[in-house]
Design a protein around this ligand. Structure first.
Ligand code: FAD
Length: 233
């Protein structure tokens, strides 16, 4: 009976990623909802990015591991990304597709979507990758276009209504888990039991201490297990 109940209340997130214009002016954007007139949004409340491309500046680029970078982008007027949990945004890499066409790929921001004025992506750079090559070449001051699409919005949203959650992630698939961990671990009084199982090719590939560096508690109801070389192969 106890096991049956636990099974019903348990919830598993899985994400494994391996191989492969400024926001409208203050005059046209609602200060409370963030919605700008004339633009369409995929979510309500709206994400900073509408369903059409909007470009933002690169404000910092850091090498994270030997083959991954953390890139920070600025959001004008102290706006917040306001992205639904574990959702991705589409990035445009202009001219990096076959025959010099644009290529668009989804990325899950790793910063808390509520922080004002910026957001971060962690991107693994593939030697023959197209969008990731574009990211690898980014410098502070460059501008990059993003948009939000309905298919990238997950149905499950915080509060998840479960007493325990197991997260299984590989490689940069850690990114959507980090998004879910923000509300779970930062909401006072949230007692959800969380297990994170994370795998990567090797410790060298491990996205450095991402969970620790976010300032989450790592004891009590949260346990993290890192399995190098087990899940990603
Ligand atoms: C919802 C979602 C969220 C994501 N979030 C992130 C994120 O936060 N961070 C992140 O780094 N990535 C993320 N990704 C992956 C990202 O969207 C890109 O796929 C990734 O950056 C590679 O794109 P690329 O254009 O550089 O590589 P591509 O040009 O597509 O190729 C990447 C490499 O894989 C090889 N390859 C391509 N196709 C295949 C195949 N079928 N079989 C074997 N090898 C192949 C290529 O030769 C190349 O070496 C996410 C993906 C999804 C679907």
């Amino acid at each position: 009976m106890g096991n049956h109940r636990t099974g019903l209340l348990h919830f598993v997130f899985i994400a494994i990623t391996s191989a492969a214009a400024d926001g409208g002016s203050d005059e046209t954007c609602d200060a409370v909802t963030g919605k700008c007139s004339g633009l369409e949004y995929a979510a309500d409340p709206p994400c900073y990015f509408p369903t059409t491309w909007l470009d933002v500046p690169v404000t910092a680029v850091r090498q994270d591991t030997h083959n991954s970078k953390i890139v920070s982008f600025g959001i004008p007027n102290e706006g917040s990304l306001n992205l639904p949990v574990s959702s991705a945004i589409m990035m445009n890499a202009p001219g990096f597709g076959p025959g010099g066409k644009d290529v668009m790929k989804p990325y899950n921001p790793i910063s808390d979507h509520r922080i004002k004025g910026s957001f971060d992506l962690v991107v693994k750079v593939y030697p023959t990758g197209r969008a990731s090559k574009f990211v690898d070449l980014l410098k502070v001051g460059d501008r990059v276009s993003f948009r939000q699409q309905k298919p990238q919005i997950k149905k499950w949203q915080y509060p998840f209504g479960k007493t325990s959650i197991t997260m299984v992630a590989g490689g940069t698939g850690i990114a959507p888990m980090i998004q879910a961990l923000y509300p779970l671990l930062k909401t006072p009084g949230d007692t959800t039991l969380i297990r994170l199982l994370y795998g990567n090719l090797s410790k060298r590939h491990y996205v450095k201490a991402r969970v620790r560096s976010t300032g989450f508690r790592t004891s009590g109801p949260f346990t993290g297990h890192i399995c190098s070389g087990l899940i990603a192969r």
